[in-house]
Design a protein around this ligand. Structure first.
Ligand SMILES: [Zn+2]
Length: 232
């Protein structure tokens, strides 16, 4: 990061895009306590929100939900494993499978073209499997964001996805909800900006605290130098 910062005249920060996207969602809705944010981008992404905060570690090795295995004999993922969520649920996978760009693919879905519907239903089935696996670890709401969300309506996405999730709910503990992200594919940029805004207000708060301390010390000094001697 230091090497990169040398060439940029404004402060730089390296942050996982799904983490910054989740930050934007928390900023928008302060009632979010525990949730999973899933990003349906060219590469799939996901991050965990716990107690209203993004679960993060010093090294970017947690919240790599995209590499959870759905099928050990599935296609090879760029991480080296087989059958990760990434190879079934990324936007790149849809493009490869459909052999057309995303806009044309969703046009086909909306016009009930058989091939597009088959690919779309398979995609949603894998996404439901992924959500069901994650929900087995953390039973909380799911926020669905990323590039693909702009093409989805409630009918062709959330209602179908919820139907598939209910079928997988073998223990009848379907107590979580799925909902679209507030800022769709713009969440990562907004969340990254929020990190700098938070830092600005934190610095402002520190400056205000320093000023209050300085004024208090000054008044205390005045009391001992001027007021106290006159009381004798
Ligand atoms: Zn992988």
């Amino acid at each position: 990061m230091k090497r990169f910062q040398k060439y940029i005249k404004v402060p730089c920060l390296l942050v996982h895009d799904t983490e910054s996207a989740a930050l934007a969602e928390i900023w928008h809705d302060t009632t979010i306590s525990n949730a999973i944010y899933l990003a349906l981008n060219r590469n799939f992404g996901g991050t965990l929100i716990l107690n209203g905060k993004v679960h993060s570690t010093q090294e970017p090795r947690s919240s790599v939900i995209e590499h959870m295995c759905l099928d050990p004999n599935g296609p090879l993922c760029y991480c080296g494993k087989r059958g990760c969520i990434e190879v079934f649920c990324s936007a790149d996978h849809l493009v490869d499978k459909a052999g057309m760009d995303i806009s044309a693919f969703f046009k086909g879905v909306k016009e009930n073209e058989k091939d597009c519907l088959l690919i779309w239903n398979e995609y949603l089935d894998y996404l439901a499997l992924a959500i069901d696996n994650i929900r087995s670890v953390v039973n909380c709401d799911f926020i669905i964001g990323g590039y693909l969300v702009q093409f989805m309506t409630d009918n062709d996405f959330f209602s179908l996805l919820n139907e598939l999730l209910k079928k997988r709910n073998s223990l009848s503990i379907f107590s979580f909800k799925t909902r679209p992200s507030r800022f769709k594919d713009k969440s990562p940029k907004l969340g990254a900006a929020m990190l700098f805004i938070d830092e600005f207000f934190l610095n402002l708060s520190n400056i205000a605290q320093s000023m209050i301390l300085w004024i208090f010390s000054y008044l205390l000094g005045l009391y001992f130098v001027i007021v106290k001697p006159t009381t004798h």
